[in-house]
Design a protein around this ligand. Structure first.
Ligand code: FAD
Length: 141
């Protein structure tokens, strides 16, 4: 889900940065506009790879869906629950910034993803509680 919304945000940033001109050139010619887009493309790749790895782990470890999971499975699940959601929030924030005033407008679409991204960090177990689980599996509690 996060990767899909991330792809949408990346596409929106790319098209706006190449089409919108300011001071006689596309805004995407500026490094300040390129870097948030580059960071998003890189992190999106990492989140996708993480999802693929998680799917492989799920298929390999039947115990992953048990309540009595081994620590490694609990750690992976919590990492998978919080990390993409945190990244999606960063991507949405960058997309709003790259699209400028248009990014804040409801008609632009990106603003809606920003609101969804902000919400996601709570309902399925908050980011803090996922990190607490990870800390426990690392022997920190
Ligand atoms: C739209 C929506 C849909 C939801 N759907 C479901 C659902 O389908 N099933 C379900 O079971 N629940 C669901 N929930 C509930 C959701 O799981 C909780 O809102 C969430 O776990 C946070 O609990 P809380 O709201 O009581 O916040 P609180 O527990 O009051 O937490 C407040 C803040 O303190 C932090 N915090 C709390 N305890 C700790 C701790 N020990 N260590 C560090 N930080 C901590 C939290 O991370 C958060 O930032 C949903 C919530 C929402 C908003």
């Amino acid at each position: 889900m996060c990767a899909g919304m991330g792809r949408y945000l990346l596409d929106r940033m790319l098209s706006y940065a190449t089409e919108r001109e300011a001071f006689g050139e596309p805004i995407g010619h500026n490094q300040a506009v390129q870097w948030p887009i580059v960071d998003t493309a890189t992190e999106l790749h990492a989140v996708r790879a993480m999802g693929t790895d998680m799917l492989a782990a799920y298929e390999a470890e039947a115990s992953l869906s048990d309540l009595d999971q081994p620590a490694t499975a609990r750690r992976k699940l919590s990492m998978m629950k919080y990390y993409p959601e945190d990244r999606l929030f960063d991507w949405a924030d960058r997309a709003v910034q790259v699209l400028g005033g248009y990014g804040l407008m409801r008609a632009g679409g990106v603003e809606r993803v920003f609101r969804v991204a902000r919400n996601l960090r709570i309902p399925a177990g908050s980011t803090e509680v996922q990190k607490r689980t990870i800390a426990k599996t690392l022997g920190l509690e």
